[in-house]
Design a protein around this ligand. Structure first.
Ligand SMILES: *Cc1c(COP(=O)(O)O)cnc(C)c1O
Length: 287
């Protein structure tokens, strides 16, 4: 298995006068795992790829939006491992740098009407039923094997009171929560989808325990951006050197700063945020 190096540094964040609150803020730089299979995406794919190989499947099939970090990661990981990849892309045929990268790594793209896209199993069956080599990976790579990989985010990590990450499918926070409880840390997710309170039950089931998910902090919903968010990303970059993306990690950090300022955490707390990557998406919106 061509493993990527997942031993990433933990960096203290001195930002926006947070030290004065008596709360210490840190970030685990999983964005440094790989430029394109970044953040949580390698973690989510690791055991999925092992499973595919064990079953002698050489064709990975998955699903995502036109700006899916998961499809980019899958296309690149597939190329590294000598596996074919197909990505079903939600919506009308479009082109953008992320999809172009997918194609460079040899991914076959199938643009799919939103109605058909909803039933992923039906799509897989329709296109690949007769292909014994095809291996189904759910949208965004979500699922139990992916959560298993995300448990390893906390390997060798001790001494924090809380660990937070942003939530799309919730797979990453579910894996983190499984490890966090063994280490006496509180795991918290910041949900990037609007009105998605139902996800709490899914995450609890995947994690095998209840997990605190903060809702109402998605700044208008998934993929929505605003000038204050972009200004925050700029200030954060200039004060810490760390780039955040506007879909996940930037919104997570605006939420954490807000929670700190609202007094949600207490003096002496040591917070570990996970940088889950996604920086390719930032390139598309910078002018
Ligand atoms: C995919 C992604 C997430 C969400 O992970 P889930 O396991 O789907 O909750 C968070 N951050 C970034 C940068 C991502 O690309």
């Amino acid at each position: 298995m061509d493993d990527l190096n997942t031993e990433t540094p933990i960096q203290q964040i001195r930002f926006s006068g947070i030290e004065k609150t008596g709360i210490e803020l840190f970030m685990k730089r999983d964005d440094l795992i790989h430029p394109f299979i970044s953040g949580n995406k390698w973690r989510k794919l690791k055991y999925v790829l092992q499973d595919a190989k064990a079953r002698n499947k050489n064709h990975l099939v998955s699903f995502g939006g036109a700006y899916s970090n998961h499809l980019v990661a899958l296309a690149c990981a597939g190329a590294i491992h000598g596996l074919h990849t197909t990505g079903f892309v939600r919506g009308e045929e479009v082109s953008n740098p992320m999809l172009s990268l997918c194609k460079l790594w040899g991914m076959q793209l199938v643009f799919t009407q939103r109605e058909q896209y909803k039933n992923k199993n039906a799509l897989f069956t329709e296109f690949f039923n007769s292909d014994a080599q095809a291996y189904f990976i759910d949208e965004g790579g979500k699922g139990g094997l992916a959560a298993q990989g995300c448990e390893e985010i906390l390997d060798g990590v001790y001494g924090f009171t809380h660990v937070m990450c942003s939530v799309g499918t919730g797979t990453t926070i579910a894996g983190i929560a499984r490890q966090a409880i063994k280490k006496g840390m509180i795991a918290e997710g910041i949900c990037m989808l609007k009105g998605a309170e139902a996800i709490d039950a899914e995450i609890a089931e995947l994690a095998g325990l209840p997990v605190k998910i903060h809702h109402g902090m998605s700044r208008g919903g998934y993929g929505k951006s605003d000038p204050e968010l972009m200004a925050f990303i700029g200030t954060f970059a200039s004060e810490t050197g760390i780039l955040l993306d506007q879909v996940y990690t930037g919104k997570m950090m605006t939420a954490i700063v807000q929670l700190i300022k609202e007094g949600y955490y207490k003096r002496g707390d040591k917070l570990l945020t996970i940088h889950t990557g996604g920086l390719l998406g930032l390139m598309g919106v910078l002018e």
